[in-house]
Ligand binder design. Structure first.
Ligand code: NAD
Ligand code: UGA
Length: 469
C-alpha cells in the first residue's frame, strides 16, 4: 500500500492543469509534479525563460511558476515516462462538446479522456491513483475504470488502479486565489486509502473541514450542477436587466436589493452581455443531454432555457446598438473595449464579444478592438479575417482592426462598446475621449462599470445594460 504521494503526473497543461499543479508544487515541496501535454508549443511556453510568455495569464501564476519550476514542477511532452513514475495521475484534458456523431452539439467529447486512460493503463507501474480533474459526465469514472482494468486483465502484471473524482472549481482570472483558498475540495471515490492520500495532499494548505468526500457519481454530478446553478443566476439577472430597461428600474439596484437577502446572496448577480468561458455552456449542454438520456425531458428543458436566455441577451445587445445608432452602423466606427470572456484572463473561449462583434460586422460596422491581454492573432482566430464571408457567401462590408490602446480605438469612433469588465475601463478619461470621438457619440456599457455620469457630462450619449432611467 502507498504510504504517501511522492510523485504526481498531470495530463493536460491547460487552464486547469497548469495553475492547479503549480499550486500543488508550491504548497507541497516534497512532491515532484510533472505536467505533461501533447501540445509542444504550449509546453515550450510553460518553460519559457521570460515568464510573461507563459501560455496562460492569471494574476499570481508567474510568481509561483518562477518559484517552483525546475525544483519540483516540470513541464514536458514526455508522457510515458512521467506516467510510469507517478503515484497519482490527474487527468486534466479538455472535454468539449462533441462536434459530430451521437450527441453532437450537446454531449461531451471524451476522446481525450479515453486516450489518457489508455496511456495510463499502458505505461503505469504498480499502484496508481487516477484522479479525474476534468469536468465529466456523471458515470465517466466507470468508463475510465473499464479501460484501465481491461489492460490489467490482458497483461496480468502488478498494475493496480484506484479512480477518484476531484472536480476543479477555480474560475479564470482568480485561479490562484481560488486554488489557494478554495470554498471546498470535493473528492469522490470508493477506495478509502486512495481518498486519504489525496486528502493528505490538500491538507498541506486546505483546512480539513473544507474537504468533502462523496461517492464517485455525486462528485461528478456536483461539478456539472455547480456550473449550471452559477450560470442560471446570470441568466436570471440578465432576464431582469431587459425588464429594467423596459420599466425604468435599475438592475444593479435590483441585484443589490435581492442579494442582501442571505438566502439569495450577492455573488454572481452581475448583469452583463451573457456568460462566456469554455465551461458554462458546454456543461449545461451536457446536463441537458444526460437528463434527456434518462428520459427527464422537463429537467432537460429547464436547463436549456438558461442557454437560450444567454444567446438572447447577446442578440439583444447587438440590436440595441444598431437601433441607437439611427438604425444603421454600416461604415460606422465602433471602439470595442474588451474581447476576453471576463477580466484578468487572456481566454476568449465562448466570449460574448465573439457573437456580438460578428453581429456588428454583419451590419457593416468598422470595429476597432482593444483588449489588454488578448492578442490580435487570437481575435483573428475567433472572428476570421478583417472581411468575413457570411453563410450565403456574400462579402460583408464590416471589418475589424486591432487597436493597441483605448484612445486609438476611440479616435473618430461613433461609439464605445464595453464588453469585458477590465479594471482600466472603470476609469476612462471621458473628457479626452469625448474630444476624439465623432458626434453624436455613444457609450454602450454592457458591464455597468464605466463612469457614465462623467461620460454624460462631456456630451456622450449613454446606454447602460439594465438601466431603464
Ligand atoms: P485546455 O484546453 O486549456 O487544456 C487541456 C490540455 O490537455 C490541452 O493543452 C491539450 O493539449 C491537453 N491534452 C489533450 N489530450 C491530451 C493527451 N492525451 N495527452 C496529453 N495532453 C493532452 O482545457 P482546460 O480549460 O484546462 O480544461 C480542462 C478540463 O477542466 C475541462 O474538462 C474543463 O471543463 C475543466 N475545467 C476548466 C476550468 C477552466 O476555468 N478552464 C475550470 C474548472 C474545470
Ligand atoms: C466558472 C465557475 O465560476 C468556476 O467555479 C468553474 O470551475 C469554471 O467555470 C469551470 O468549470 O470552467 P469561469 O468560467 O472561469 O469559472 O469564470 P466565471 O467568473 O464563472 O465567469 C463566467 C462568465 O460569467 C464570464 O463571462 C463572466 O463575465 C460572466 N459573469 C459572471 C456574469 O456575467 N455575471 C456574474 O455575476 C458572474
Amino acid at each position: 500500500m502507498l504510504e504517501k504521494i511522492n510523485n504526481i503526473c498531470c495530463i493536460g497543461a491547460g487552464y486547469v492543469g497548469g495553475p492547479t499543479m503549480a499550486v500543488i508544487a508550491d504548497k507541497c515541496p516534497e512532491i515532484q509534479v510533472n505536467v505533461v501535454d501533447i501540445n509542444q508549443a504550449r509546453i515550450n511556453n510553460w518553460n519559457d525563460s521570460d515568464f510573461s510568455n507563459l501560455p496562460i495569464y492569471e494574476p499570481g501564476l508567474a510568481e509561483i511558476v518562477k518559484n517552483c519550476r525546475g525544483r519540483n514542477l516540470h513541464f514536458s511532452t514526455v508522457i510515458e515516462e512521467n506516467i510510469a513514475l507517478a503515484d497519482m495521475i490527474f487527468i486534466s484534458v479538455n472535454t468539449p462538446v462533441k462536434k459530430k456523431g451521437i450527441g453532437a452539439g450537446q454531449a461531451s467529447d471524451l476522446k481525450w479522456i479515453e486516450a489518457s486512460a489508455r496511456q495510463i493503463s499502458k505505461y503505469a507501474v504498480g499502484k496508481t491513483i487516477v484522479v479525474e480533474k476534468s469536468t465529466l459526465p456523471v458515470k465517466t469514472a466507470q468508463t475510465i475504470k473499464n479501460i484501465l482494468e481491461a489492460h490489467v486483465l490482458n497483461t496480468s502484471n502488478d498494475k493496480k488502479f484506484s479512480i477518484l473524482s476531484n472536480p476543479e472549481f477555480l474560475a479564470e482570472g482568480t485561479a490562484i486565489n481560488d486554488l489557494e483558498n478554495p470554498d471546498r475540495v470535493l473528492i469522490g471515490g470508493e477506495d478509502q486509502d486512495a481518498i486519504n492520500l489525496l486528502i493528505d495532499v490538500y491538507l498541506n494548505w486546505v483546512d480539513k473541514e473544507k474537504i468533502l468526500t462523496t461517492d464517485l457519481w455525486s462528485s461528478e454530478l456536483s461539478k456539472l450542477t455547480a456550473n449550471a446553478f452559477l450560470a442560471q443566476r446570470i441568466s436570471s439577472i440578465n432576464s431582469i436587466s431587459a425588464l429594467c430597461e423596459s420599466t425604468g428600474a435599475d438592475v444593479n439596484d435590483v441585484a443589490l436589493a435581492i442579494g442582501m437577502d442571505k438566502r439569495i446572496g450577492l455573488e454572481f448577480l452581475r448583469p452583463g452581455p451573457g456568460f462566456g468561458g469554455s465551461c458554462f455552456k458546454k456543461d449545461i449542454l451536457n446536463l441537458v443531454y444526460i437528463c434527456n438520456h434518462y428520459g427527464l425531458y422537463q429537467a432537460a428543458k429547464y436547463w436549456q432555457t438558461v442557454i437560450n436566455l444567454n444567446d438572447w441577451q447577446q442578440k439583444r445587445i447587438s440590436k440595441i446598438i444598431v437601433e441607437k445608432l439611427f438604425g444603421t452602423i454600416s461604415g460606422k466606427k465602433i471602439a470595442v473595449l474588451g474581447f476576453a470572456f471576463k477580466a484578468n484572463t487572456n481566454d476568449t473561449r465562448e466570449s460574448p464579444a465573439i457573437n456580438i462583434c460578428r453581429d456588428l460586422l454583419e451590419e457593416g460596422s468598422n470595429l476597432h478592438i482593444y483588449d489588454p491581454r488578448v492578442s490580435q492573432d487570437q481575435i483573428k482566430m475567433d472572428l476570421g479575417h478583417s472581411q468575413i464571408i457570411d453563410s450565403q457567401n456574400l462579402l460583408f462590408e464590416g471589418k475589424w482592426e486591432f487597436s493597441k490602446s483605448v484612445e486609438l480605438a476611440a479616435n473618430g469612433a461613433d461609439a464605445i462598446l464595453v464588453l469585458t469588465d477590465w479594471e482600466e475601463f472603470k476609469t476612462l478619461d471621458w473628457e479626452k475621449l469625448s474630444k476624439i470621438m465623432r458626434s453624436p457619440s455613444w457609450l454602450f456599457d454592457t458591464r455597468s462599470i464605466s463612469n457614465a455620469i462623467e461620460a454624460k457630462s462631456f456630451g456622450i450619449n449613454i446606454w447602460r445594460l439594465g438601466d431603464g432611467a
